[in-house]
Design a protein around this ligand. Sequence first.
Ligand code: THU
Length: 202
Amino acid sequence: MDDQELIRLAVEARTRAYAPYSHFQVGAALLAADGTVYQGCNIENAAYTPSNCAERTAFFKAVSESCQRFRAIAIVGGPEGGSLQLTAPCGVCRQVMMEFCDPETFRILMADERGQQKEYLLKELMPESFSAADLALCTGERMKISHPEPDSLRCASAVAKRVSPAPGDPGGEYEAKSSRQLDFEEKKTKEESAWIKVSGTT
Ligand code: THU
């Protein structure tokens, strides 16, 4: 599945948009890790708030079919009867992406009528995001991992370190740290070593 085909499937999905209130029609095509594509369109409602974006329609279709691993999403949008304009996912959809996608690798493609394209990684559109890793940190909970893993592992937006049992044993408890916390600690270490170096030479 190449990017052009994924965009074509988003354009096709947009033809099914139900947007009688905003008259802004959006289509999405979500590429799963196994190669399956889930299409979605925006679905509005007279009460406004129950409206759903094209991206979330695609995600919810996929997850309700037991699919939870994704590689990329193509998004196209524009006014009804008008031309496509580069359409970025809204904040709520970005948060839904954070739940199921690796921000380091998940690609978000946008395209317009003139063949202009933009591509981002989820981490670029969702910096400093809130995710499952934050919950593990806030509550002091430990991530329980039931299969053999190395002593530390990196998942979507967290790094987990084995805390028990002894390294090498299967299973055990891992302490989770969000990438944000790690960034902070790495910077602090760098600053400290820079400071030590400076004070050592004066
Ligand atoms: N919309 C989407 O479906 N996806 C986006 O990325 C932006 C906005 C929809 C929601 C609503 O139905 C219409 O576009 C106008 O906001």
